[in-house]
Design a protein around this ligand. Structure first.
Ligand SMILES: [Mn+2]
Length: 338
């Protein structure tokens, strides 16, 4: 984002605008934190701003300030469509390709509204008039802070904004432990605490929310965990039956994949989750160091993300998906062992 861009955006935001802010499908903490944080900021600056999420998100994010005003596209389509229709500006946050907005993709593509992207994923599409894209950023929430900073307006960040932005930084950095979490990230987090984010309360609200069923499901996942030492790889499977038996709720499997990575000498972890209704296997991939799960997913499982965290999917059944996964590992053996 150039100085020229910033000046143009500033000029654009002088008069009240209708603004729609979109997170990616299956929104996570960073997606909801960044969209809600920006939404509070724009409303405070007299714009009419609304967050429209493509679909619903887990309960552990529903305490975020402003959550009650979020519109879920899937269940409130006509309202969402008319807001998109009337919007002057559309912000797309924490994603960079329309298809990541699920069923909203077509409406976004057809909309004449000016588009601004704030995102830290790789290989952004060129749909936005203004692009703030930086793969070295810890989180989109950190970028929203920098965006407000570039507008010269951090003094207007209040407790609600700070809480939303802090929540997304916390979740996207794995509580500040991923390499993407820099000294700058910590400085932003410190600023957000100064502005009213209660770091301890936010942590509890997000992470100390286990249900008994989720812990039982975690037990099943850990029992299903397999390791392939020659590839420094660990993977977990969960069948639809196992999910049903544990009374699975959206978000329950969040973070399970990371247990594989916590094993000594394992640098690549995967989880394969059966979704009978959609007829697919959802895949989450994590790595440590230089091994790029973004590339691995792009090459084999039609997904992508970041170097150390990516998603993907498979149309094969669960057993065949795992078989495919194991069969392609030899191609990566050198990289995994370097
Ligand atoms: Mn993110």
């Amino acid at each position: 984002m150039t100085e020229q861009d910033i000046q143009e955006i500033k000029a654009l935001l002088i008069a009240p605008k209708n603004v729609v802010i979109i997170p990616h499908k299956n929104p996570d903490g960073d997606a909801m934190g960044s969209t809600l944080g920006l939404c509070h900021y724009l409303i405070k600056n007299h714009h009419k701003a609304t967050v429209i999420a493509p679909n619903d998100y887990p309960d552990f994010l529903k305490w975020l300030p402003g959550n009650d005003k979020v519109i879920i596209y899937e269940s409130d389509m006509s309202n969402a469509e008319s807001l998109i229709e009337q919007s002057h500006i559309i912000f797309t946050l924490d994603f960079n390709a329309f298809h990541r907005a699920g069923d909203m993709a077509t409406s976004l593509a057809n909309s004449k509204a000016l588009k601004i992207m704030i995102d830290h994923h790789q290989q952004p599409d060129a749909y936005a008039k203004y692009m703030f894209s930086d793969v070295f950023m810890s989180s989109t929430c950190e970028m929203v802070y920098h965006f407000i900073d570039m507008l010269g307006d951090t003094e207007n960040i209040d407790g609600d904004m700070a809480t939303c932005l802090y929540a997304g930084i916390l979740t996207d950095t794995g509580s500040f432990r991923f390499p993407s979490s820099t000294s700058k990230t910590h400085l932003v987090a410190a600023e957000l605490i100064n502005k009213g984010a209660d770091h301890s309360e936010i942590y509890n609200a997000i992470y100390d929310t286990n249900s008994y069923e989720r812990l039982q499901l975690l037990g099943v996942a850990l029992k299903n965990l397999r390791i392939l030492p020659e590839y420094k790889t660990a993977y977990i499977t969960l069948t639809q039956e196992e999910l049903n038996a544990a009374n699975f709720r959206k978000g329950d499997t969040e973070g399970f994949v990371n247990y594989g990575l916590s094993i000594k000498n394992i640098i690549f972890a995967a989880i394969f989750i059966e979704h009978k209704q959609e007829g697919i296997i959802k895949i989450s991939l994590r790595s440590k160091g230089a091994f790029s799960v973004n590339e691995f997913s792009r090459e084999n499982f039609g997904g992508g993300g970041h170097t150390n965290a990516a998603g993907g999917k498979s149309d094969l059944n669960l057993i065949d998906t795992v078989e495919k996964f194991i069969s392609i590992l030899p191609r990566y053996k050198n990289t995994l062992n370097s």
